[in-house]
Design a protein around this ligand. Structure first.
Ligand SMILES: [Fe+2]
Length: 489
């Protein structure tokens, strides 16, 4: 037997006669390691907890919380094997051990591991990616290469996998998963939402992304099934409502026509089962009982569907994620202590280096100190800081001298968010995405050197688990503590 079950979002179950492996299982109907606002998986579903008893091992591809979710992992028996991608954070490994998992192991790229007598997994590194570089992609095979699952996770196809397939003259694979992250389909965060005049150019972005990715997958040999996964979610913090890609079903249909029957292309539904039938991996008629309905998630999605998504982006005002609109003087002091530790990291980041480089005029003499302006919303009045790269510190200023956009040389970067949210991020109550995606404003008025990234990139880089191990560990630890208090999650 070689049976694949799609668990929803990007989770998979792989079963043979003597082994049951889960990949990136989100067991609850939602995910989020931070205290505030969850994301509910679309299409909605829950996992049948009774069916988890037979699981032998779990493979976790990376630390992103739609793949590594502490509350979900807490439902698993502690004697099973927890395999972490070798690139995952020390924080992830530490929390799993503290949760009582007795067998926590790291797996590294290109080192095959056998699971029972009929399954073997090899991990492949993805192509370069700014946000998914730490993923290791599982390639799992059964007794032959037609019994296989290749899951590129949030990335495109691994060059190392391609060279292995070519070297071995592999002509056909079983099931390949295609995740929506790969297609850069970020509808709710998309510029069209902010710049309606760009709608024409940008609305081509989605199908173009899918097609590029699909034809990028043309590098692979033929496959029996292409399963389009990771098809959306409802983020409670998302003012735009539900992010879901219904269009993927349509596109799957179009791509299906052009595959001339060589490949079955599915917008995968939770509970879909793929197994060998008539000499090829096929979508089976019966759904898996590993996946069950979640009335709670269905209700939330139904409510969210009623929201009106059209809004005026210029008038859009965001509330603090933490719900706290004013920090006390003691909290402001704590925030400043965090900021000044953070300043050193920014100086070592390319933003700090480029700000320093900007300080040299054409004839080689310093002409001003370029800095980042930080506008923190707090109660009725904003709090302002300037990040001075050559002093490696944030300095508070009482008011903005002029509108910062009028001084692009002095302020190549600007950033606005709630003071309480930034404190929550430093103190492991929020994940960076909860601020970055919906609850901030950012600008880089100076193009050219400073045009390719902004302070959101800095937050994404410097709060990534491998760059902020203590903050990440505390986030996981708090998530685990909440699991142990009935009714707290
Ligand atoms: Fe990811």
């Amino acid at each position: 037997m070689f049976k694949l079950t799609f668990l929803g979002h990007q989770g998979w179950s792989v079963q043979t006669d003597d082994y049951h492996l889960l990949i990136d299982p989100i067991i609850t109907p939602y995910f989020r390691n931070a205290l505030y606002a969850r994301s509910w998986i679309f299409p909605p579903r829950a996992i049948n907890l009774e069916r988890l008893a037979g699981v032998n091992g779990v493979f976790l591809t990376h630390d992103h919380e739609d793949h590594f979710h502490v509350e979900s992992l807490n439902y698993l028996p502690r004697d099973i094997y927890m395999y972490l991608s070798g690139n995952m954070s020390g924080a992830a490994e530490r929390i799993l051990r503290e949760m009582g998992f007795q067998n926590v192991k790291r797996l590294f790229a290109l080192e095959p591991i056998a699971f029972g007598s009929q399954m073997e997994m090899t991990l492949y590194p993805p192509p370069a990616s700014p946000t998914e570089h730490w993923v290791l992609q599982p390639f799992i095979r059964g007794r032959n290469l037609r019994e296989s699952l290749y899951n590129p996770v949030d990335c495109t196809v691994s060059p190392e996998l391609l060279s292995m397939l070519r070297k071995n003259k592999v002509r056909r694979l079983g099931v390949v998963a295609l995740a929506n992250n790969t297609q850069h389909v970020l509808s709710p965060y998309h510029p069209t939402r902010y710049m309606p005049e760009m709608r024409t150019a940008s609305s081509n972005f989605f199908p173009a992304g899918v097609l590029n990715c699909h034809f990028g997958m043309g590098e692979l040999p033929l496959m029996d099934c292409l399963a389009i996964v990771g098809r959306g979610f409802l983020d409670e913090a998302n003012p735009f409502g539900v992010y879901k890609e219904q269009a993927q079903d349509q596109l799957a249909g179009i791509l299906q026509r052009y595959s001339y029957g060589e490949c079955d292309i599915h917008g995968a539904q939770p509970g879909d089962v793929f197994a060998m039938h008539a000499n090829r991996m096929q979508l089976m008629p019966e759904k898996s009982d590993l996946v069950v309905r979640s009335p709670e998630a269905e209700e939330r999605l139904a409510q969210a569907e009623k929201q009106d998504f059209d809004f005026n982006p210029l008038a859009y005002e965001y509330e603090p994620m933490t719900g706290q609109s004013t920090l006390s003087p003691a909290e402001i002091q704590r925030l400043e202590e965090h900021l000044n530790k953070f300043a050193l990291k920014i100086t070592c980041h390319r933003m700090g280096m480029e700000l320093i480089n900007t300080n040299v005029s054409k004839d080689g003499k310093p002409f001003h100190e370029a800095r980042l302006i930080l506008i923190l919303k707090n109660g009725d009045s904003d709090v302002y800081y300037e990040f001075w790269p050559s002093f490696t510190e944030f300095r508070r200023i009482d008011e903005l001298p002029v509108h910062v956009l009028d001084l692009p040389d002095h302020y190549p970067h600007g950033y606005e968010c709630w003071a309480s949210d930034l404190l929550g991020l430093f103190e492991s109550d929020l994940s960076a995405y909860q601020i970055m995606l919906f609850r901030n404003r950012v600008w880089s008025p100076r193009h050219g050197m400073h045009g390719n990234y902004n302070f959101i990139t800095v937050l994404n880089d410097l709060f990534a688990p491998e760059c902020a191990p203590d903050i990440t560990y505390n986030l996981y630890r708090k998530a685990y503590e909440r699991c142990r208090i009935p009714g707290a999650v």
